[in-house]
Design a protein around this ligand. Structure first.
Ligand code: ARG
Length: 274
């Protein structure tokens, strides 16, 4: 419900405020009053939703994944340190807007709507919508989710993609606060299909080979998406991180991280540059 998600955002923001002492400014020299300094590097507060395998997920109490490795590499190149917290999706976005969070890193698709509120780095990953379902659901195209119970992560492009097909106020769409809760709903047959991001649906299918998960995409119904690192509107970090990302794309570091998380596959760096 609206009230529930609002409370979640409030709770998340309060926690963040407590954790960050109100958050620092954008000064690189690290004069921030709350002692967020480590050596001479400014520490940036990063929010994420860490149930999005392989981009970000929890392992032994730590956030790990492709996004984590990439952000660490880019931040190091730019001369910053990052403190990545599993804030959840809504609190991440609210914290970016409210100034408690410097960076959102969560496989965030750069949509025109979001660009009004946040600044984004250059694209660092290409994605497309994907439908996951259990064997037998007989889904061949996006149209086939009509009449099915559909699970999405609230406020994501999965939700927007599903709404394009079945309508914005469809009672068949159930919205979950995290990617994990969405997949749990599929696993326990509370929904028939989920609409999410390609690499995440494929990783899920691979992780649970016994649950007979099938995946399809539909490039007529779903648009190509690009992930970007999200900053507060007007942040000086954007230019610095774009330059650092370029360096990492050039010097092989990006490819190294990509291969680590995508079974040794070679990234299409030229496609990202287009
Ligand atoms: N790429 C999609 C979007 O931006 C989904 C991102 C979800 N990320 C996550 N960490 N749960 O809307």
């Amino acid at each position: 419900s609206i009230k529930k998600s609002f409370m979640a955002v409030l709770a998340g923001s309060a926690l963040l405020l407590a954790a960050c002492g109100g958050g620092g400014g954008d000064t690189k020299s690290g004069e921030s009053k709350d002692g967020q300094k480590s050596g001479d590097k400014k520490v940036l507060n990063v929010g994420t939703e860490a149930t999005f395998i392989p981009f970000e997920f929890m392992e032994k109490g730590e956030v790990t994944g492709f996004d984590v490795d990439l952000l660490n590499a880019v931040a190091e190149e730019a001369g910053y340190e990052v403190k990545i917290e599993n804030t959840g999706w809504d609190a991440m976005l609210a914290g970016l807007q409210g100034g408690q969070i410097d960076i959102g890193m969560a496989g965030i698709t750069m949509t025109d709507e979001r660009k009004k509120t946040y600044d984004f780095s250059k694209p660092y990953f290409e994605s497309i919508g994907m439908i996951a379902f259990k064997e037998g659901a007989d889904i061949k195209s996006a149209e086939d989710i009509k009449g099915k119970k559909i699970g999405v992560q609230n406020g994501t492009t999965g939700q927007f993609n599903a709404e394009e097909v079945v309508g914005e106020n469809s009672p068949d769409i159930s919205k979950y606060e995290s990617a994990a809760l969405m997949f749990q709903a599929l696993q326990s047959d509370n929904v028939d299909v989920v609409v999410t991001d390609k690499a995440v649906a494929e990783a899920y299918k691979k992780k649970y080979p016994d649950s007979n998960i099938q995946t399809i995409t539909d490039d007529k119904a779903f648009a190509i998406e690009h992930y970007g690192i999200a900053f507060q509107k007007g942040s000086e970090l954007k230019a610095e991180f774009d330059q650092a990302l370029d360096t990492i794309l050039d010097n092989g570091k990006y490819a190294e991280i990509y291969k680590k998380w995508f079974d040794g596959a070679e990234p299409d760096i030229e496609a990202l540059r287009k």
